[in-house]
Design a protein around this ligand. Structure first.
Ligand SMILES: Nc1ncnc2c1ncn2[C@@H]1O[C@H](COP(=O)(O)OP(=O)(O)OP(=O)(O)O)[C@@H](O)[C@H]1O
Ligand SMILES: [Mg+2]
Length: 235
């Protein structure tokens, strides 16, 4: 049985289709990347799965339970965490307070121990009493990831974790995501940064104009001339 099963998911924004009939599955501990041009519907898709935007059709099964109509907080409590594209931290919360708030989302599950979090994110360990709003962009991204991970999810949805990060930080982001993966957490990462897409998953889904048009190896999606021409406007 798959950990996540998405069946014919559709999303509309103001009546206009953004996601049409998207179906795919992820197994426990598996990683998958969503690739596709701007406006393809990647964010709408992951936000609908996480219950943040309404679904206009389809079904989402997570850990054997139908979560299609559950609220975002009820879905998060079941162990499906979304890290949004734009880091939404409380600027005045310290790193320690942010992590404590994240741990509270693990209702019914044991949160990950703080020691483990600080070992995984050493920069955060050095800044426990610093306000989230005063961290660098890279540190804020780490904190957003850590806040989701401490609640001990079994599936993490990452929406373009590299957004707004300096190129030099991408390597440490990849390392962190891979360490999270090695704990057995399944990951669905939306990512346009080729270096990250290559490093965090072998398999990908290609989205184009709201539809899932291809599933296969990330390497093929990034190198196949025909796919590149068809979906990424390459010449
Ligand atoms: N809140 C909204 N209201 C109206 N239209 C929206 C809204 N959010 C997204 N859309 C539209 O839905 C379509 C899919 O957008 P979405 O943000 O899901 O794409 P994306 O693949 O994540 O793009 P990007 O790579 O730029 O992040 C786009 O045409 C977008 O303009
Ligand atoms: Mg997006």
């Amino acid at each position: 049985m798959s950990l996540l099963e998405v069946k014919n998911l559709s999303v509309r924004h103001g009546g206009i289709p953004a996601v049409r009939d998207v179906s795919f599955a992820i197994d426990a501990g598996e990683s998958l990347t969503f690739l596709g041009p701007n406006g393809a519907g990647k964010t709408s898709c992951v936000e609908a799965i996480a219950g943040l935007v309404p679904k206009s059709g389809g079904q989402v099964i997570f850990a054997g339970k139908d979560i299609t109509r559950l609220s975002a907080s009820a879905i998060a409590r079941r162990g499906l965490a979304l890290v949004p594209q734009w880091r939404e931290l409380f600027a005045t919360f310290t790193v320690a307070e942010t992590l404590a708030a994240g741990a509270q989302a693990a209702i019914g599950r044991k949160p990950r121990p703080l020691d483990e979090i600080y070992a995984l994110f050493p920069k955060l360990a050095d800044r426990q009493q610093q306000a989230a709003g005063s961290l660098s962009g890279g540190e804020q991204q780490m904190l957003t990831l850590a806040r989701a991970f401490i609640a001990s999810p079994s599936l993490l949805l990452l929406d373009e974790p590299s957004t707004g990060l300096a190129v030099g930080i991408v390597g440490s982001l990849i390392e962190t995501i891979n360490r999270i993966r090695s704990t057995g957490v399944a990951i669905l990462a939306v990512e346009q940064n080729v270096q990250i897409a290559r490093s965090v998953a072998e398999q990908c889904c290609l989205l184009s104009v709201g539809e899932l048009v291809w599933r296969g190896k990330v390497e093929t999606a990034l190198t196949d001339g025909e796919l590149q021409r068809a979906y990424f406007g390459a010449h």
